[in-house]
Structures are given as C-alpha cells and as structure tokens.
Design a protein around this ligand. Structure first.
Ligand SMILES: [Zn+2]
Length: 366
C-alpha cells in the first residue's frame, strides 16, 4: 500500500511537472531548483565536469555579494570588466556599423510574449539571453522566440554573479541552462552574457572550455537602466537613453553597440516599445548578436536540430539586401567584413522544420 501511494504520488508529481512545462519534453523535477546555484555533486554535473579540463584555470579568489563589490585594492591580472573595464576578448560592440545590437536579458517571463508581439510588428530580431530557471517554466516562449527569428543565448541558470562561484559551479550554471534550451529547441547555445556583467579571467577560462563566447554591453551609456524601474521612472529611462543615442548618432558609427535591456516584466517591456522607435528615428539599424557578428553558426555543434543559418541581409533603414551568406566570426571580437554586417536577416528554415514549425519555416526577417 505504501509502495502504491508512493508510486501514485511520483506519477502525480511528474504529471504536474510536465503540465507546468507546457507539454514540452522538459520535466521540471529533473532539473535543479529554480533560481538556486545547482549542486556540483549531481550525476549530471559530475559527467559534465569529466568532459572538460579545468587545469590551468586562473587562481583568482572568489568574490562575495550578488553582485560583488569591487576588490580594493584591485587584483592583478584579474581583468574584471565591471570593476576595471577590462573586457579581454569578450564581445563589447556590435561589429556592424550604425547598428543597435538588440538584446534582452533575464527572460523568458510572463511579459515576454508582449515583447514578441511588438518585435513581430516591427520585423526586428533580438538576442534573448535566457535564464535556465525561466526556460524550464516557459519553454513554449523560448520556442516562440526561435520560431519568430530571434537568436537564443545563455544568461546562466540562477543569475548569480559568476565571479562568486567556483569553477565547478560555473559549469553547472552553464550546462543546466544549455540542457534546458537544448530540450526546448534542439539547439546548443554558443553566446552568453554574464549576470551583472560580472566576469573576470577565471570565469572566461571556464566559459571558453564550455565553448561559450561572452557578450558584454557597450559600456554604461548603453545600459538602458530599465531594470531600475519603478524606482527610476520610465521618463528618466527614456530621457537618459535618448542622450546616449544622440551621442552615438553624432559620433563614430563604424561599429554598432550592444544595449542592456530586459524582458523582465511589463515595465521593461513597455519601455522597450518606446526605446526602439528612438533608434529607428535616428536611422540606426537593428540586429541580433548573430547578425551583428556575421556569425552563420550562432549555436554550438552538438544540437539535435539543424543549425539556423544567417542567410541574408535586409537593412532596416538603409543599404541593399545582399542575399549572401554571412561570414562566420569565431574571434569573439567581431572582425568580419562590414559589407555583410551592414544589414542582415536570419532565416531559420532548418531549425523550424526540426521544431515542427514548418508553417513558419519561410519566415525571413526583414
Ligand atoms: Zn540579468
């Protein structure tokens, strides 16, 4: 009897977990706790750690706090982006000229579908830096992002500052998120953004071992500060970012920029719908990270779905469509030719067919 009750309970829990996962292969109960740093002694993490060699990782002490305070005095050779501005070979600028690399962090959330509706009407494609804990709660939203031509990337499992975590914990944060997105879409993520921009040479070493390319944002001026709402008013967010766009529009536009924006809640999504037209009004093209970097392989090999390809180039505001394949950029610093990057669009035919979304497979973003 006890065994029967246990079995029934187990089935019930699993059933509820599947329902919560919105009929995807993701079973929530088979993933770590939401918003917590995953344990490093699970069979999955132990297996992942066996796949990589962390020997030689820089021995920089772990910081404390979330996000941490800057060390005083600074630690030599740490190259700590949020504290000393040192970015090493992180991507910090959109390689395409006069282009806003549109990115949204911390989703998916219940506000994300509204943003997707808006981006669809505008025919804009963004990169979504996804939190694994949210992916398992809203996998259908992740599928929709992909189906509508957006680019997916990682923002860790639990949004803890990575310089505060051990090398093994960083592996757990990245691989669980990778597993969740792989289950939802069949694609293995390649780009990531460190929560709070918190990254140093030790974190970079581990990320590289896992095949990830970090994407920071283009300095404080391109932090929209949307995350500060409602403490900061929407009017202030818009006024501050307007100044940044004006300064960019009048200055050197040979490289584009990456913003810091969030699909965190209705406030940030509301602000996005007011910020994007400001870029359009200044004739700044809008692109996702794969397009900015002209990366024709914006996911790692090893996924179960075919690689979506960056196949064309359609400007938002100027230029002519090239219709040619974009050159892959593997340096992480965006050194590809400007001609391909001045405008681009991503067709996702292969991935969409694989995801059972053939009806949408002809979507090519303008
Ligand atoms: Zn974040």
């Amino acid at each position: 009897m006890v065994k029967f009750i246990f079995s029934s309970f187990t089935v019930l829990v699993l059933t509820l977990a599947v329902v919560k996962a919105q009929n995807t292969p993701i079973v929530v109960s088979q993933y770590p706790k939401i918003n917590e740093v995953p344990p490093v002694n699970s069979p999955e993490v132990i297996a992942w750690l066996k796949e990589i060699d962390l020997t030689g990782a820089p021995t920089i002490p772990l910081h404390t706090g979330n996000p941490p305070a800057c060390p005083n005095p600074p630690i030599a050779n740490e190259c700590y982006w949020t504290c000393d501005g040192c970015a090493a070979d992180d991507i910090t600028a959109c390689a395409a000229p006069n282009t806003w690399g549109l990115t949204f962090d911390d989703g998916p959330s219940t506000a994300t579908p509204t943003l997707l509706d808006y981006l669809k009407t505008k025919k804009h494609s963004a990169t979504f830096f996804l939190i694994g804990s949210n992916v398992i709660q809203y996998p259908e939203t992740v599928k929709r992002e992909l189906a509508e031509g957006h680019h997916l990337a990682s923002h860790t499992w639990s949004h803890h500052a990575l310089t505060t975590l051990s090398n093994e914990q960083i592996v757990a944060e990245m691989k669980w998120t990778e597993k969740a997105v792989l289950a939802a879409t069949g694609l293995k993520l390649k780009y990531m953004r460190p929560p709070y921009g918190d990254i140093n040479n030790r974190v970079r070493f581990v990320l590289k071992k896992l095949g990830y390319i970090p994407v920071d944002w283009t300095g404080d001026a391109f932090d929209t500060n949307d995350w500060q709402m409602p403490t900061m008013s929407e009017a202030t967010v818009i006024a501050t970012f307007t100044k940044s766009l004006d300064a960019y529009a009048k200055g050197d536009k040979s490289k584009g920029f990456y913003c810091l924006e969030h699909d965190l809640n209705s406030l940030t999504v509301g602000a996005a719908q007011k910020l994007i037209p400001l870029g359009e009004a200044r004739n700044i093209s809008i692109a996702n990270v794969a397009q900015c970097q002209s990366d024709a392989q914006p996911y790692q090999a090893g996924g179960t779905a075919p690689m979506p390809t960056v196949s064309g180039a359609t400007p938002k505001t100027s230029g002519t469509p090239s219709g040619s394949s974009a050159a892959p950029s593997t340096t992480g610093t965006g050194t590809g030719s400007a001609s391909n990057k001045s405008s681009s669009a991503m067709t996702l035919q292969a991935g969409l067919v694989s995801a059972g979304l053939a009806a949408l497979a002809a979507v090519a973003l303008a």
